[in-house]
Design a protein around this ligand. Structure first.
Ligand code: 5AD
Ligand code: SF4
Length: 468
């Protein structure tokens, strides 16, 4: 048995990183590393980083400065803190990190964490830092241990696809995560079954471009995400399925039909559009128009009338005029979002948009536009939440609340819900009546405890209202 060591992982950015951090902990467990709550005194600290916007990347360097002090403390007590930078900043800025922060022991990209044990051995023995930012020929998914650690609760992430071939002109993902890759169906199903056996009732399938999934099926043919989801829905005990993040171009008929056919597939989809202006969408290389997006949403809502949507928006993309921005606001108004994220355009080194000289939008204009779009989106979110008051929803309780006797969970539409409920309902999908709506959460009361084993309600708001 290896001696026990403390491992602290800080995760930045997307849900894929959250999943990756979990798998890194799995890989390091046989070496004696156990998760720690804080970096103080840890034997290894990994920063699993995000490069998507400048702010996220800069945060890493300021965190490294603070960790340097903890590393020195540990050394003064005769110990050693191995410091590692993983994820997309590592992939994009490997050598620069070692230059700016020479006390870092390991820098490795998202495709190499199955090689962590060797890297750790090299870093601990050697004097110099270890840099590993290859895109190895072997798939990390084939080489990670099967025995994944216990999931953190009843809801788990499962990575099914990685990388992106879309090359939106603002985005670093195709460079940091590499070409699109789909895990074979058999591997995904095996991991899903293992998680369900461990008590997971909700799975979120992850991929940078998850609906471009094209994994090899048991029949040797290529399966799309719709087919994969149908297969997952057949797993006994798996009550909820979600997937993120999708591209409008890859929303095919089969996946859309699955939303109508499968009660397990939650009626909430994150479908980034970025802009409502055709001119800007073309400059972004999004490969669809605003009306294409409207039509995709129409088809999805025809299959699942209660479908709620989320999205990402970028304001101030190079060359964006007031007119272009007005079209974004018009699209938001037309679609009506349950929630959404919006960002000021941030020039990323090496991406085509960063080189659009002289077309960059002034910061003050970006600020104004961000405020305007957020105001509209917030109002839509408040309206969406308010519309659920009085209805019965199912909630998957996944944690204990702050107040005594309170449990917290998520509605089918990803709304945070809190209710007074006995602890035995943790990990269960439970019908509740929504009593109050706030901007970011809902209050509810448990309707009945008899049907706690029932699968998620078959249809959304309308059908549930009819039951009341
Ligand atoms: N600037 C601002 N936002 C960006 N995103 C991606 N790249 C950039 C960038 N350079 C946003 C997009 C994407 C989300 C994950 O981050 O909206 O969908
Ligand atoms: Fe980035 Fe575009 Fe790929 Fe999304 S689809 S990861 S925004 S390049």
């Amino acid at each position: 048995m290896a001696t026990k060591k403390k491992l602290f992982i800080k995760t930045y950015g997307c849900q894929m990183n959250v999943y990756d951090s979990g798998r890194m902990a799995d890989v390091l467990a046989p070496l004696g590393y156990e998760p720690a709550e804080a970096p103080d005194g840890a034997d290894m600290v990994i920063l699993n980083t995000c490069h998507i916007r400048e702010k996220a990347a800069e945060k890493v360097y300021s965190d490294l400065g603070r960790l340097r002090l903890l590393q020195k403390d540990k050394a003064s007590q005769g110990g050693r803190m191995v410091l590692a930078v993983a994820g997309c900043v590592a992939q994009a800025e490997g050598a620069e990190i070692m230059m700016r922060a020479p006390f870092v022991d390991m820098v490795f990209g998202p495709q190499t964490y199955h090689q962590l044990p060797e890297m750790v051995t090299r870093a601990v023995r050697g004097a110099g830092g270890v840099i590993n930012i290859d895109f190895p020929a072997e798939s990390k998914f084939d080489l990670l241990p099967e025995e994944a650690g216990r999931p953190g609760g009843p809801s788990a992430f499962l990575s099914v696809q990685e990388g992106c071939d879309k090359f939106c002109t603002f985005c670093v993902v195709p460079y940091t995560r590499g070409a699109e890759y789909s895990r074979p169906v058999s591997q995904v199903l095996a991991e899903a079954r293992r998680l369900v056996d461990q008590g997971v009732v909700e799975l979120t399938l992850l991929g940078q471009n998850v609906n471009a999934y094209h994994g090899e099926g048991a029949d040797g043919r290529v399966w799309g995400l719709g087919r994969l989801v149908r297969e997952l829905a057949a797993i006994d005990g798996l009550e909820r399925i979600r997937y993120t993040t999708s591209h409008p171009r890859d929303m095919d008929d089969d996946l859309i039909a699955a939303h109508g056919d499968l009660p397990q597939l939650m009626p909430f989809v994150h479908l980034p559009v970025q802009s409502g202006s055709d001119r800007i969408l073309a400059a972004m290389n999004r490969k669809h128009s605003a009306d294409d997006y409207r039509r995709v949403v129409e088809r999805m809502r025809a299959a699942r009338p209660d479908l709620a949507l989320s999205s990402d928006f970028i304001v101030g993309f190079p060359g964006e005029t007031d007119q272009d921005f007005a079209e974004t606001l018009r699209l938001v108004t037309d679609i009506g979002y349950a929630q959404a994220y919006s960002f000021k355009y941030s020039a990323r080194p090496g991406t085509p948009a960063a080189g659009m000289e002289g077309r960059q939008v002034p910061e003050t204009v970006k600020d104004e536009r961000l405020q305007a779009v957020q105001q509209l989106l917030n109002a839509q979110q408040v309206g969406f939440n308010a519309a659920t008051v009085g209805t019965v929803q199912t909630v998957l309780f996944d944690r204990i609340g702050k107040k005594p006797g309170q449990l917290l969970g998520r509605s089918p539409f990803m709304q945070a819900v809190h209710a007074l409920a006995p602890e035995r309902l943790l990990g269960r999908v439970v019908p509740v009546r929504i009593t109050e709506a706030h901007a970011n959460s809902l209050a509810a009361e448990v309707v009945t405890s008899e049907s706690v084993h029932a699968p998620a309600a078959p249809a959304g708001l309308a059908a549930m209202e009819a039951q009341v």
